[in-house]
Design a protein around this ligand. Structure first.
Ligand SMILES: [Zn+2]
Length: 103
């Protein structure tokens, strides 16, 4: 008998955390697509890796628009499964954050 990823036991998120991504965030905001919990649940449900578009599919159009612009300012494609785009490390992230906040 072979085990598939859907057989893995995943503990539910702690109380107060989102049931979908296991991060504490307002319901109207996007899920954190970078969490292992979100990615495992998504792959088990849809058979593919999630994108940021998936993580914000439940959001209002204006929230999705702001989020998409913000991610774009970091060089991240919301339709890519490469959730961190081509960000190399924390130093690179800080530099992009500074640049994005100047806009
Ligand atoms: Zn969430």
């Amino acid at each position: 008998m072979s085990k598939s990823s859907s057989d893995w036991l995943v503990l539910p998120p702690a109380s107060g955390k989102c049931r979908v991504c296991a991060v504490a965030h307002l319901e109207e905001l996007p899920h954190d697509a970078t969490t292992l919990y979100y990615r495992m649940l998504f792959v088990n449900s849809y058979g593919r890796s999630p994108t940021w578009r998936d993580a914000m599919a439940h959001c209002e159009p204006d929230v999705r628009q702001v989020m998409a612009k913000r991610l774009e300012s970091f060089g991240i494609d919301i339709d890519s499964t490469k959730l961190l785009g081509d960000i190399k490390d924390e130093k690179d992230m800080e530099a992009r954050l500074k640049k994005a906040n100047k806009k």
